[in-house]
Design a protein around this ligand. Structure first.
Ligand code: FMN
Length: 175
């Protein structure tokens, strides 16, 4: 049973990175990690009249790292999305990734798979709920399901990190 952790943080030593490490440690050999800001993932160009080739060919015309990651997704049974909250939303590159994936999903490649959604906020803590909802809408569009929602800030990070570990272990044991 394989799990892919998809991170939207550019920081190697922040709260999100500690969550990625906790989740990967909990999943051990079953987990792989993709850090989106380390890759080239542009925003959707909105080809044609709103629908591009992605709708029929399930591939994006942009020549970057997106198609390679997309094509690897059927290898995994479950996913953890971890994003910092930027301006009350998921990080820019996480948005690019889920927007483009949603457009390529006509093949239902993630139908029935399970996601753990994690939003990590900074100073105000504002935006966690919106981020979780943004990611939930993406998961629903993929025909997949949410196993757990985890909102984290600097005050609750210790016990929420433990909750993430338990969620990863619980999900992997169910599959
Ligand atoms: C461009 C930018 C926008 C941010 N906007 C918010 C915000 O709207 N609400 C909030 O609570 N924190 C905000 N933050 C703080 C980040 O959410 C916080 O640093 C991050 O979630 C903690 O994880 P990290 O240490 O991995 O960055 C923002 C940070 C950046 C860089």
């Amino acid at each position: 049973m394989k799990m892919l952790i998809i991170s939207g943080t550019p920081k190697d030593d922040g709260l999100c990175a500690s969550l990625v490490n906790a989740a990967a440690g909990a999943g051990r050999a079953d987990c792989a990690v993709v850090t989106l800001p380390k890759l080239k993932i542009e925003g959707c160009r909105i080809c044609g009249d709103g629908w591009g080739l992605c709708r029929d060919e399930r591939n994006c015309v942009i020549d970057d790292d997106f198609n390679r990651i997309k094509d690897s997704l059927p290898d995994y049974d479950s996913f953890v999305l971890i994003t910092p909250v930027y301006w009350g939303e998921v990080s820019d590159v996480m948005k690019h990734f889920i927007d483009r994936l949603r457009r390529c999903e006509a093949g239902n490649m993630l139908q029935g798979k399970k996601f753990i959604l994690v939003a990590s906020a900074g100073g105000s803590g504002g935006g966690i709920l919106f981020c979780l909802e943004q990611m939930q809408r993406f998961v629903a569009a993929m025909g997949a399901g949410v196993y757990d929602y985890i909102g984290i800030n600097r005050w609750n990070s210790a016990y929420k990190r433990e909750a993430l570990v338990k969620a990863v272990q619980g999900l992997l044991s169910e599959l």
